[in-house]
Write a protein that binds this ligand. Structure first.
Ligand code: F2R
Ligand code: MG
Ligand code: MG
Ligand code: MG
Length: 310
C-alpha cells in the first residue's frame, strides 16, 4: 500500500537529511578507497559510523528553502538569502562560492554581484539542486510551477545555466517521485530528459537511460558540479526506487561528492516510499535535541509544508 502524501513529504525531507549525514564522512574519497576501507554499498548504508548522524550544508540550506516556502508561500530571492544567512554555519562544509555569497549578505554587502561574478558565468555547483526538494514537494501537481520556482530558488547563489537547470531537474524529479504510485525507470528518466534544455543534462539523462542492470553508474560522474551529480543521483534512485539503503549506499560508493549524491538519492527514495523507506536505525541517529534545527524541526517543516500546499 502506498504511503499517503503527508508521509511522503516527511520521507523526502528526512530521507535527504539522513542521506546527507550518512554520506558526509566519505566526501572527497575515491570510490575504491571507500570500497576497500568501508565495504560494499549496502554495508555502508547499514553501518553508519558513530552514534549521531550530523548533516551538512545540503540539509542546512534545504531547511532554509522549506522555511521560506512555509512562511511566504513562494520563493523570493531576498527572503531565501535571509533564511540561508540565519541558518548559516560555515563548519557544515559549504562550497567556496556559497560561502562568499552568504558572508557578503551577512555583512550587509552586495551579494548579488558576488553571485554574478564569483565563477565565470556563475556557479554550476550542485548547491541549487541539493537544497531544492521542498520546491518539488510544494508544487508537485504543477510541473511549470516547479520549474519556475526552482529557478528562483537557485538564482541567489547559482547563475550558470547548468547550476540552475540542475536545481530545476532535481525539483521536477522530486515532484514526479512524490506523486507516482510506481516508478518505471525508463519513463521516469525520459520525462526528465524531455524537460532538459542544456546539452550537458540531455547527455547525462540519455546515458542514464541507456544503463542496463549491473552497469556502473560512475560514468555519469560524482563531482560537486551539477551536471556530474544531479543526473547520477536520479539514476541511483531510478535503478532501485524502493530500496533506500541500496540506492543511497550506491550513491555513496561512487565517491567524491558523497554527501550530496546521498542527500539527493535519499530525498527521492523518501518522496516515493515515505518515512518507512528510511531504515529506523538511521533515522534514530539523525541529530536532534542539541540542535534546534535538527530532526524535530525537519519533521515540523515537512508537516507545515504539507498543510500549506497539499
Ligand atoms: N563544498 C563542499 N565540500 C567541500 C569539497 C571540497 C572539494 N573537494 C574541493 O577540493 O574544493 N560541499 C558542499 O558544496 C557542494 C555544493 O556547492 P555549491 O553550494 O554549489 O557551492 P559553489 O561554491 O557555488 O560550487 C561548488 C564548487 O563548484 C565549482 N564551480 C562552481 N561553478 C564553477 C564554474 N563556473 N567554473 C568552475 N568551477 C565551478 C567550484 O569549485 C565551487 O567551489 C556540495 O557538495 C556540498 O556538500
Ligand atoms: Mg554538504
Ligand atoms: Mg534551491
Ligand atoms: Mg557535497
Amino acid at each position: 500500500e502506498r504511503p499517503d502524501l503527508s508521509d511522503r513529504f516527511l520521507g523526502c525531507l528526512l530521507g535527504l537529511a539522513v542521506g546527507d549525514a550518512l554520506g558526509a564522512p566519505y566526501e572527497g574519497l575515491t570510490s575504491s578507497d571507500i570500497f576497500f576501507r568501508f565495504g560494499a554499498p549496502d554495508v555502508i548504508a547499514r553501518n553508519p559510523s558513530g552514534d549521531t548522524l550530523f548533516y551538512t550544508d545540503d540539509t542546512e540550506m534545504m531547511i532554509g528553502v522549506a522555511e521560506t516556502l512555509v512562511e511566504h508561500g513562494e520563493i523570493r530571492g531576498v527572503d531565501l538569502i535571509k533564511a540561508f544567512v540565519a541558518n548559516y554555519h560555515p563548519e557544515r562544509g559549504y562550497g567556496r562560492g556559497a560561502r562568499q555569497i552568504l558572508e557578503t549578505a551577512q555583512a550587509g554587502g552586495d551579494w548579488k554581484s558576488v553571485a554574478e561574478t564569483i565563477f565565470p558565468g556563475g556557479s554550476l555547483g550542485n548547491g541549487a539542486a541539493m537544497r531544492v526538494a521542498p520546491v518539488g514537494l510544494a508544487f508537485h501537481a504543477d510541473d511549470d510551477k516547479v520549474w519556475e520556482q526552482a529557478r528562483k530558488s537557485a538564482l541567489p547563489t547559482h547563475r550558470h545555466p547548468i547550476g540552475i537547470e540542475g536545481g530545476q531537474l532535481f525539483a521536477l524529479a522530486v515532484a514526479l517521485a512524490v506523486r507516482s504510485d510506481q516508478i518505471d525507470r525508463k519513463e521516469f528518466l525520459t520525462t526528465l530528459y524531455n524537460r532538459a534544455e542544456t546539452e550537458e543534462f540531455r547527455w547525462c539523462l540519455r546515458a542514464a537511460r541507456r544503463l542496463r542492470r549491473g552497469d556502473s553508474i560512475s560514468a555519469l560522474g560524482s563531482t560537486l558540479h551539477a551536471h556530474q551529480s544531479v543526473g547520477t543521483a536520479i539514476a541511483c534512485f531510478a535503478a532501485c526506487p524502493a530500496d533506500y539503503e541500496l540506492a543511497v549506499g550506491r550513491a555513496i560508493g561512487l565517491g567524491d561528492d558523497t554527501d550530496t549524491l546521498a542527500a539527493m538519492t535519499g530525498a527521492l527514495c523518501g518522496a516515493f516510499g515515505g518515512v518507512k523507506a528510511i531504515p529506523a536505525v538511521l533515522l534514530d541517529k539523525l541529530e536532534d535535541g542539541q540542535n534546534p534545527k535538527g530532526k524535530s524541526h525537519i519533521i515540523q517543516l515537512a508537516t507545515r509544508l504539507y498543510e500549506r500546499f497539499q
